[in-house]
Write a protein that binds this ligand. Structure first.
Ligand code: FES
Length: 85
């Protein structure tokens, strides 16, 4: 499990091994946009303020990975991720 901080919302969530960042975020912010849930469409892309992302999609460029992630499939490499939401 790892932690995700939603900085603008002032919340800290725990994402378990059998869950996703998207699922944890939607429990707090039900209006969060998403579509494919498989790392294809890019709808769920969010800006990352801090933390090391384990990118598991095939969509984002290296440049996009510099400051964002697809929260439906990608995870933390360890420690805490801080998202701009
Ligand atoms: Fe489509 Fe995440 S919901 S890439």
């Amino acid at each position: 499990a790892f932690e995700v901080e939603l900085r603008r919302s002032g919340r800290v969530l725990t994402v378990g091994a059998d869950s996703s960042v998207l699922a944890a975020v939607r429990a707090e912010l039900p209006d969060t946009l998403y579509s494919c849930e498989q790392g294809f469409c890019g709808t769920c892309r969010q800006r990352v303020l801090e933390g090391e992302v384990d990118h598991r999609d095939e969509l984002l460029t290296d440049q996009e990975r510099g400051d964002s992630m697809l929260i439906c499939v990608s995870r933390a490499r360890g420690g805490r991720l801080v998202l701009d939401m």
